[in-house]
Design a protein around this ligand. Structure first.
Ligand code: SF4
Length: 455
């Protein structure tokens, strides 16, 4: 399908081909789904909302609920005030959420709809809330939209006088799968800490089959927890790109001290999480976690003969890509190309710093990059493995490269969102997948006389 991609790289400044990102409202919708009994609402046309729901539903294999202001020509010209007023009334009447979290779209941003004043003038039923954030999709990416919605919730909800969570910490997981939410929480519990995770997609986007549809599953951060977030004793924020604005907001507005950590992928980054928790809990790391760490290191050593020196191209969202880069470096691999579609130069600084620590030279690291870039580079200097979202599968096919799916979105495989990539357990899972992919390729290419049961 991509066989005709040219090898000659031409400089492009304005054009993106096969972008390695999606639009802001996808992130805003995902963040809102991590709040208990919340209906995400897309203030724009139905087409935007359908696309955003589709990409989330296809990744998680769960219904991603959301509503739309259903703009047509009239709203596009005269503004969407009456559309959103009607929508909010209907949504509370018909679907009964506790919260409606509105995000904008390109269209409503372009015509300048003022959600702030619309919400102030709205008839909102007693005990219900409507919040909003701005997500103009012509800047940033779905990662920016996620951050904007998280900050939107905090700005609307946090009660500075609410000290009910003063003995708790807050955990901002960033954009991760529900399996990661569960693993992060499990580790914090094992360290004996009480916490509020926001947003929390476990129990929502990985809800079990019960035989009956539950529009609002049991999981998600509650309104009571949101109100108390300004009074927590400490914040652990994961992901320098996705969580820095939120951590800074919480420090500035409510004086919450924070640790900003990389997503805990691999040994070193998970160690950082453990050390931060240990400092707060003043407890020894339990044996169970030490054992998992040892197992991950052991697995890396056992599989080293197959992973060492292998060149890998990693692409996707900046924070997960940074984590995966750290993991493959620990496994002795060489991250040859490391890209993110999100336009944040901090990403290149962080990845290059990591590569320097491992004395890796000659790698290409780029933010605001696209998969056409990546494909052309691979044509000029191939890699042994591709690591990233489903959108790499055509490159993998065209160049016949082993491919491990990770990050968002993974549209064409099942089960991934239920399982962790983070923590020592997630590291074991990822090293198994990577080693499997490399060994499966070796076996495919072996001659009959070299083909052995034990490799
Ligand atoms: S119009 Fe804008 S908000 Fe809608 S799907 Fe396209 S990029 Fe996203």
């Amino acid at each position: 399908m991509l066989d005709l991609t040219p090898k000659t790289v031409a400089e492009r400044s304005a054009l993106r081909i096969n972008p390695c990102k999606t639009c802001q409202p996808v992130g805003a919708m995902y963040a809102a789904l991590g709040v208990h009994r919340c209906m995400p609402h897309s203030h724009g046309s139905q087409g935007c909302c359908s696309y955003h729901r589709t990409v989330l539903s296809r990744h998680f294999k769960e219904p991603a609920i959301a509503s739309s202001s259903s703009f047509t020509e009239g709203a596009s010209v005269f503004g969407g005030c009456s559309n959103v007023n009607t929508a909010v009334k209907n949504i509370f009447d018909i679907y009964g959420p506790d919260i409606i979290a509105i995000h904008t779209t390109c269209l409503s941003e372009t015509i300048g709809d003022d959600l702030n004043s619309y919400i102030m003038d709205m008839q909102i039923p007693e005990g219900k809330r409507v919040i909003h954030c701005n997500t103009p999709s012509y800047v940033g990416s779905h990662i920016t939209g996620f951050t904007n919605m998280v900050n939107g919730f905090l700005n609307y909800y946090v009660d500075p006088n609410n000290k009910s969570a003063s003995d708790k910490i807050a955990i901002l997981p960033g954009w991760v799968n529900p399996g990661d939410n569960r693993e992060m929480k499990l580790i914090a519990e094992q360290m004996g800490l009480e916490f509020i995770m926001f947003p929390d997609h476990s129990g929502v986007m990985d809800a079990p089959m019960t035989g009956s549809y539950q529009m609002y599953p049991d999981g998600g951060t509650t309104q009571a927890e949101l109100k108390s977030l300004g009074g927590v004793k400490h914040l652990i924020a994961f992901g320098h790109i996705i969580s820095t604005p939120t951590a800074e907001l919480m420090q500035k507005k409510w004086k919450v001290p924070f640790n900003l950590l990389p997503l805990p992928v691999g040994v070193t980054f998970t160690d950082k999480y453990l050390m931060a928790l240990q400092k707060l809990s003043k407890r020894e790391v339990p044996h169970a976690l030490e054992e998992q760490r040892g197992q991950l290191v052991d697995l890396m050593l056992d599989s080293h003969a197959y992973t060492s020196g292998k060149k890998v191209a990693i692409f996707g969202d900046p924070d997960i890509v940074l984590g995966l880069t750290s993991l493959v470096l620990e496994a002795g691999m060489v991250p040859k190309y490391v890209i993110s579609g999100t336009p944040k130069d901090d990403f290149t600084v962080l990845v290059n710093k990591l590569l320097d620590e491992y004395h890796i030279t000659g790698s290409t690291v780029k933010a605001n990059a696209d998969l056409f870039d990546l494909h052309q580079w691979i044509k000029n200097e191939p890699v042994d493995l591709l690591l990233g979202s489903t959108y790499g599968k055509q490159i993998a096919k065209a160049e016949d490269i082993p491919f491990v799916r990770a990050g968002f979105p993974v549209l064409d495989r099942y089960g991934g969102p239920l399982l962790p990539t983070v923590g020592y357990v997630g590291g074991i899972r990822m090293i198994e997948k990577i080693t499997d992919a490399i060994m499966t390729r070796m076996e495919r290419d072996y001659s009959d006389e070299d083909f052995e049961i034990v490799m």
